[in-house]
Design a protein around this ligand. Structure first.
Ligand SMILES: *[C@@H]1O[C@H](CO)[C@@H](O)[C@H](O)[C@H]1NC(C)=O
Ligand SMILES: *[C@@H]1O[C@H](CO)[C@@H](O)[C@H](O)[C@H]1NC(C)=O
Ligand SMILES: *[C@@H]1O[C@H](CO)[C@@H](O)[C@H](O)[C@H]1NC(C)=O
Ligand SMILES: *[C@@H]1O[C@H](CO)[C@@H](O)[C@H](O)[C@H]1NC(C)=O
Ligand SMILES: *[C@@H]1O[C@H](CO)[C@@H](O)[C@H](O)[C@H]1NC(C)=O
Ligand SMILES: *[C@@H]1O[C@H](CO)[C@@H](O)[C@H](O)[C@H]1NC(C)=O
Ligand SMILES: *[C@@H]1O[C@H](CO)[C@@H](O)[C@H](O)[C@H]1NC(C)=O
Ligand SMILES: *[C@@H]1O[C@H](CO)[C@@H](O)[C@H](O)[C@H]1NC(C)=O
Ligand SMILES: *[C@@H]1O[C@H](CO)[C@@H](O)[C@H](O)[C@H]1NC(C)=O
Ligand SMILES: *[C@@H]1O[C@H](CO)[C@@H](O)[C@H](O)[C@H]1NC(C)=O
Ligand SMILES: *[C@@H]1O[C@H](CO)[C@@H](O)[C@H](O)[C@H]1NC(C)=O
Length: 562
């Protein structure tokens, strides 16, 4: 297991004398990890069941590095499932081969095989995470990535006494892959989860879970950094600690202007760093996480708990629960997200693209397609601009790099085929979608603005969208239909939040901007696993630039074949 006491690594310094000049070259430190994909029996909520793990750990090991490090993770698959791992939020400049989504940038690592993910952590520091990116296996295959700033570079906030990773998850008592198969066969959503978890444990609100509670010890008067990650499959979550405010200082490994709140909202895929002052009467306080859902859909609304425990307080003291926002607290969600601002300091500027080369408008829709073998002759589906993405048989990046024809098309439409009243009354006549592996081609280093517009085709819902290979700026958001003549004037082009995953509000829209400076094939999808399996995804093909360091690197020799 990764041990923080072994940190930091001391970089090697090489001194070269050349032509009378003295160069000091710092060779990047290298950190190596071995990830063995293994099935282990794990007991939670009265049940023991076999789950897929990394090194038998749940959650998996933390990748702990400094900005500038090279990381080598040898993933060996000893489980009877195909596997691939995504390093969520790492940009992987020119190096999509290690990004991880199965059939997008690589073929899966088959049982008995290994693949070394070899990448540099460049220009990023903060909290990210890794997870399986094939089927629903990320339900149990996930862990934190902690990137410390370069040696000698402090955090832009007071140094905490200690830090702790808080991974929020979702737990099923049954085998998740079996549930998904059953759901797909019926054309319906699979059975919902049985619990939420904090660091793999549901907490004492659940039966038979007394021993499965995560506790963090604190000392009065000290300050702590929590690195919170939402690894749940399908639920946006509120998180709070009884009696303690949270000061948000970073989201998705980008520093923010600090602000204090009683609860945070965090969507699947997102990370949030908060500072907590242990300023209360020494006691035991619950941390709690529970979903946010403001659409008329039923979800697992159960509360996971962990304990903030002041030093010296016995375990017999009953903790109190924090007051979490109501599950349908739309106003809280909108207000909370509106408080997020990039730090935008001279050291950490927000380089928002001011001029836009490509304007894209994608509608997010849930729908119903015919399915003769399904229970009802129909299956639930999802689409972007009315296209349900069909998974290819080989990696799209390979097809792009080796120019293999017939795998995908680059005619993904820049706007919906037929404009309609997106968030008006449900359009039950239009619920069918077109199927296709269709991508959008983007010129190297061009600037892209993408409006993601929720629709009420079947139902409105909040969708957390994740773009691989990039961070983007969230320049605007609103409820209802995007108004191209009025809304752009309200965009924040100064200090908008910069992130890799953004929640598009229920029945609303979000505008993001990014500069396409990372060539390759980059997946973009809703981070609700249910919607990924229904086809709520597409990818960008970002062309190579003309410069010597502006094209996709050659593939690694051990890249898994299909
Ligand atoms: C990866 O791990 C496997 C299993 O332990 C081992 O056989 C293989 O040599 C390792 N690969 C590298 C490049 O170290
Ligand atoms: C990582 O950085 C090293 C040292 O700068 C460089 O040699 C190597 O090519 C980089 N790897 C990738 C995948 O960019
Ligand atoms: C899903 O739930 C239903 C109803 O509770 C149950 O009959 C079914 O067996 C469950 N599916 C699986 C795969 O466990
Ligand atoms: C938390 O913040 C609220 C609102 O700003 C404030 O009223 C309250 O006193 C704060 N609580 C603590 C423990 O600092
Ligand atoms: C959670 O859902 C159940 C069943 O759908 C409902 O009875 C209960 O009131 C909900 N709890 C909360 C806190 O919303
Ligand atoms: C939220 O849910 C509560 C309890 O179910 C309900 O009373 C309230 O009207 C709902 N609020 C909104 C804004 O829908
Ligand atoms: C079956 O299809 C009918 C008609 O499209 C629809 O009203 C109903 O909700 C569907 N039932 C299920 C379980 O999907
Ligand atoms: C869109 O639908 C909403 C709700 O039905 C309605 O209030 C609004 O007027 C409609 N907008 C247009 C442009 O038709
Ligand atoms: C989506 O495409 C399907 C199939 O061509 C069509 O029936 C449907 O009307 C379209 N819906 C929308 C909203 O464009
Ligand atoms: C991309 O374009 C910007 C603005 O023209 C320029 O400053 C930057 O150097 C370009 N980046 C690359 C990698 O070409
Ligand atoms: C595993 O991946 C290989 C390569 O893509 C594929 O041929 C095989 O069908 C997959 N196996 C399963 C169980 O999905």
């Amino acid at each position: 297991m990764e041990n923080r006491q072994n940190f930091p690594f001391v970089p090697f310094f090489y001194f070269f004398c050349l032509l009378g000049f003295v160069f000091i070259q710092t060779e990047a430190a290298v950190k190596k990890y071995q990830f063995d994909i293994q099935v282990r029996n794990v007991r939670r909520l009265c049940h023991a069941k076999p789950i897929v793990t990394v090194n038998g750990m749940f959650p998996g090991p933390t990748i702990y590095v400094r900005e500038g490090y090279r990381v080598l993770v040898n993933v060996t698959n000893s489980a009877q499932y195909n596997m691939s791992i995504h390093w969520h939020g790492l940009k992987q400049y020119r190096n999509g081969w290690v990004d991880g989504p199965a059939y997008i940038t690589q073929c899966p690592i088959k049982t008995g095989n290994s693949y070394v993910y070899d990448f540099n952590v460049t220009g990023q520091r903060g909290t990210l995470w890794w997870h399986a990116h094939i089927f629903w296996l990320r339900a149990t295959v996930y862990g934190a990535i902690v990137i410390m700033p370069k040696q000698g570079t402090p955090f832009p906030f007071p140094r905490p006494e200690r830090e702790e990773n808080i991974l929020l998850g979702e737990w099923w008592n049954k085998d998740v892959e079996a549930l998904v198969k059953q759901g797909n066969k019926l054309g319906l959503p699979p059975n919902m989860s049985d619990a939420h978890t904090i660091n793999g444990k549901p907490g004492p609100l659940f039966p038979c879970s007394d021993k499965h509670t995560f506790a963090m010890e604190v000392e009065q008067g000290k300050s702590y950094l929590l690195r919170i990650i939402n690894a749940a499959l399908n639920d946006e979550l509120f998180f709070a600690i009884a009696g303690h405010n949270l000061t948000v200082v970073e989201v998705d490994a980008v520093y923010t202007k600090p602000f204090t709140t009683q609860a945070i909202l965090i969507a699947p895929g997102q990370t949030t760093n908060v500072l907590v002052q242990a300023s209360q009467v020494p006691s035991r306080y619950f941390m709690a996480a529970r979903p946010f859902m403001d659409a008329p859909l039923s979800i697992d609304n159960k509360t996971a708990t962990a304990i903030l425990q002041y030093k010296g307080i016995p375990n017999t003291v009953l903790p109190i629960l924090p007051k979490l926002p109501a599950p349908n607290a739309t106003a809280f969600a909108l207000t909370y997200n509106a408080k997020l601002r990039s730090l935008n300091s001279p050291q950490f500027p927000a380089n928002v693209p001011l001029k836009v080369d490509r304007h894209l408008f994608y509608t997010i829709g849930l729908g119903i397609n015919p399915c003769p073998t399904c229970l009802n002759g129909t299956q639930l589906t999802a689409s972007l601009n009315n296209i349900t993405f069909v998974m290819p048989q080989i990696g799209l990046l390979q097809a792009h790099y080796f120019n293999i024809k017939g795998v995908f098309r680059t005619d993904f439409p820049d706007r919906p085929p037929t404009p309609f009243n997106y968030t008006g009354a449900p359009l039950t006549a239009n619920l069918g979608t077109k199927l296709g592996t269709r991508l959008s081609k983007v010129a190297f280093n061009s600037t892209v603005e993408l409006i993601l517009q929720d629709t009420n085709l079947l139902s409105v819902e909040s969708h957390p969208f994740h773009l691989h290979g990039y961070n983007f700026f969230v320049v605007g958001t609103g409820v209802g239909n995007f108004n191209p003549s009025k809304d752009p004037a309200k965009f924040n082009l100064v200090d908008p939040p910069e992130r890799n995953t953004v929640g598009v509000p229920t029945g609303g829209w979000t505008a993001i901007r990014f500069r396409a400076e990372n060539p390759g094939v980059w997946f973009m999808h809703c981070h609700l696993e249910l919607h990924i399996s229904w086809g709520l995804k597409t990818a960008f093909v970002v062309e190579n630039g003309k410069g010597p360091d502006q094209s996709v690197l050659p593939p690694p020799k051990d890249l898994p074949p299909c």
